[in-house]
Design a protein around this ligand. Structure first.
Ligand SMILES: Cc1cc2nc3c(=O)[nH]c(=O)nc-3n(C[C@H](O)[C@H](O)[C@H](O)COP(=O)(O)OP(=O)(O)OC[C@H]3O[C@@H](n4cnc5c(N)ncnc54)[C@H](O)[C@@H]3O)c2cc1C
Length: 414
């Protein structure tokens, strides 16, 4: 066994959360070691849709980063969203461009995670302050008076003052040290498959959410990808799956083979990669995100949006917040629970309102009649259609949907 290495900051997981933390730390001149059990490029089961939050964090890492990313061959820009209500009513709504100063950057992107995550890891590899350990699984964490002692699968040990935990939905640290339990009411299961030759996409690469009757409050999605491919998937709340004893693979195959508006689009489609499942720990319940000498990020902190399923941007925002709080902790040489409490405050200040509203909307979409009613009205009412479009990234507008006044106006003003 090698001697124990002493390190100020260790990050476990080089997905979007861990990578963003490392890159923002390096921007402040702070070195770190980042560990991942995988060798990149590696796949991550996901819908592959990147929201405006992702470009916002990229811009803070490097002003030019979103622009450079937007010309890479593996991504495509996305300019809007297609909602399909349970009654089949379709709404094609462009994303709002909120920041006129960023007109040259598309409002959203779609890129396979194998490529997107590798892009971030390539940025890490270029940075001398970041020490990347690929193929290095952390298997044990022992708390001691100086922080945490980490052990790798191959028996190496690292002593760190500050542990940044970004090891995803199955985080062992979050369960055993962070006190985060899997809770079926706040967890979804998702399936993803890659196809080629799916037809019927909007010319501006709209992402598509199909709210089909049998899968509410979840949805079936079809997202276009580069090279004529598509990311196709299904996500449903775990509690609904166990209550109704649902077989996700069977349901998804049935939709693709038989649904009247979806099956024709798969007539010439070819499955590239079989259906694969993974968990989505939802941020619909507030959790403690830090403690003495540690902070939990992204999926390890259960911060996926309970309505949209967005987690990449949220993980990267956590990376940003963790790096800022880590800098202060280093400056003051204080890694205590009290000092790191600011991390929880910052994450919930940024994400709390939208997570709360999304939770309310997740509950609302359980009612197909209400959904159909809104879709019918929205297809005749431009303002309502725009409101729904903005809901995905505008919390103030989501607040409108929650208020009884919104429904009153809907009934009497359309
Ligand atoms: C089916 C599905 C569809 C989704 N669709 C979308 C979408 O379209 N858009 C969106 O924004 N979000 C989506 N999400 C959510 C998104 O995938 C996650 O929120 C996001 O990946 C979280 O990033 P992260 O950095 O926290 O964790 P991850 O991306 O999971 O990264 C964790 C990293 O930690 C490493 N690791 C794990 N354990 C260890 C260990 N012991 N030692 C060392 N390394 C370790 C892993 O190898 C991995 O690289 C979806 C999720 C699912 C399951």
């Amino acid at each position: 066994m090698e001697e124990i290495k002493q390190i100020d900051i260790c990050i476990v997981g080089a997905g979007p959360g861990g990578a963003a933390a490392a890159l923002v730390l390096a921007k402040s001149g702070i070195a770190c070691h980042i560990f991942d059990k995988a060798i990149f490029p590696r796949d991550k089961i996901c819908g592959d849709a990147l929201s405006g939050k992702v470009s916002a964090v990229m811009r803070l890492i490097d002003l030019e980063m979103p622009k450079q990313f937007s010309v890479l061959p593996f991504q495509i820009p996305s300019y809007g969203i297609r909602f399909v209500a349970p009654n089949g009513k379709e709404l094609n709504i462009p994303f709002s461009l909120k920041d006129p100063g960023q007109m040259e950057i598309p409002p959203g992107f779609i890129a396979k995670r194998i490529d997107f995550d590798n892009y971030l890891v390539e940025e890490i590899k270029k940075n001398e302050l970041i020490h990347l350990h690929e193929n290095t699984e952390i298997v044990e964490y022992v708390k001691n008076e100086n922080g945490y002692l980490l052990s790798t699968k191959t028996g190496n040990q690292f002593q760190t003052k500050l542990l940044i935990v970004a090891d995803g939905a199955h985080s062992k640290f979050a369960r055993h040290h962070g006190g985060i339990e899997m809770d079926e009411l706040h967890y979804s299961a998702g399936l993803r498959a890659y196809y080629k030759n799916v037809s019927g996409f909007n010319t501006q690469n709209f992402i598509e959410l199909h709210f089909l009757k049998g899968v509410l409050p979840g949805y079936f999605w079809i997202f276009p990808l580069a090279n004529g491919q598509a990311n196709v998937g299904l996500g449903i709340l775990s509690k609904t799956i166990s209550q109704r004893k649902l077989n996700l693979k069977k349901i998804m195959q049935d939709i693709i083979d038989n649904h009247p508006s979806i099956a024709p689009r798969f007539k010439d489609a070819e499955l590239i990669d079989g259906m694969k499942g993974y968990g989505l720990p939802l941020g619909s319940k507030k959790r403690v995100l830090s403690g003495n000498n540690y902070m939990l990020l992204g999926d390890a902190a259960s911060l996926i949006d309970p309505f949209t399923g967005e987690g990449i941007g949220n993980a990267m925002l956590c990376g940003l917040a963790a790096a800022r709080v880590a800098k202060i902790a280093i400056d003051k040489n204080d890694f205590s629970k009290n000092a790191l409490q600011d991390y929880d405050n910052e994450v919930y200040r940024k994400l709390g309102p939208e997570l709360n509203l999304s939770y309310k909307m997740q509950k609302l979409v359980k009612y197909p009649w209400l959904f159909n009613f809104i879709a019918n009205k929205a297809s005749k009412n431009k303002t309502l259609a725009e409101t729904i479009s903005c809901m995905f990234d505008d919390v103030d507008l989501r607040k409108k949907i929650k208020s009884p006044k919104f429904y009153f106006q809907l009934i009497f003003n359309t």
